[in-house]
Design a protein around this ligand. Structure first.
Ligand code: COD
Ligand code: ATP
Length: 191
């Protein structure tokens, strides 16, 4: 089974692009969502996160995402420690999920695929890009995030130029219709 890694900076449109692959019947594994599930359902992950961030990191069994975000995106070491808890657990889950899929290829969507080295396990890697001002505009609208919060995350991600060097395919996410068309064309190439 071929694995196509799908990545892009915060707010670039990864999940939107993943949705277009789903429309074509391609199985999509969203690492961000799996990470969220594991933080609730995997007791080892949960206790490691609690040990790292203390009692305020969980409330009624659920992670306090805003609190954890406020601790990690300005502290590289803490972020790396959190990544070291979450990423191996997500990778293990992906391997078992992949075995269950019947398709010409699957999509592995992850926000920091290049930064984490996860791209090396993929057969091809697709980068989604969008101009910085559009990404910020879309995120402010979607999450009601502040510019400061968005920039703190961007500071922990590579630039598009760095990522482009490692990407096999790049889709520029401007208008939804042209992005969908680009996904359809890439699908034809991949099958
Ligand atoms: C810090 C957490 C709790 C914040 O949760 P929140 O709901 O606010 O954000 P969410 O997980 O939906 O991520 C939104 C975006 O933030 C950025 N982001 C998330 N994690 C990271 C990271 N480790 N490094 C850089 N950027 C990141 C990405 O652009 C991502 O698409 C959460 O992001 C987390 O647990 N991150 C560490 C695990 C991780 O790397 N997850 C992503 C891939 S598996
Ligand atoms: N081409 C587009 N035109 C207008 N809005 C768009 C376009 N692409 C995505 N959006 C919107 O922008 C926001 C960010 O897109 P999306 O959630 O797909 O990005 P993402 O890269 O997955 O984000 P994150 O890094 O936070 O996980 C969403 O609200 C989405 O509906």
């Amino acid at each position: 089974m071929k694995v196509v890694g799908l990545t892009g900076g915060i707010g670039s449109g990864k999940t939107t692009v993943a949705g277009f692959f789903k429309e074509l019947g391609i199985p999509v594994f969203i690492a961000d969502d799996e990470a969220k599930l594991l933080m609730v359902s995997n007791s080892e992950v949960k206790s490691a996160v609690q040990a790292l961030f203390g009692e305020h990191s969980y409330k009624n069994g659920l992670p306090e995402r805003k609190y954890i975000a406020s601790k990690v995106f300005g502290d590289r070491e803490k972020l790396e420690q959190l990544n070291a808890i979450i990423h191996p657990a997500v990778a293990r889950h992906f391997e078992s999920w992949k075995e269950e899929q019947v398709a010409p290829y699957v999509i592995y969507e992850a926000a920091i695929l290049f930064e984490s080295g996860g791209y090396k396990k993929c057969d091809f890697n697709l980068l989604v890009t969008a101009p910085l001002d559009r990404r910020i505009e879309r995120l402010k609208k979607r999450d009601k995030s502040t510019l400061e919060e968005i920039e703190a995350r961007m500071n922990n991600q590579w630039s598009d130029e760095e990522k482009a060097k490692l990407a096999d395919f790049i889709i520029e996410n401007k208008e939804l219709s042209s992005t969908r068309k680009a996904v359809h064309e890439l699908h034809e190439t991949l099958v």
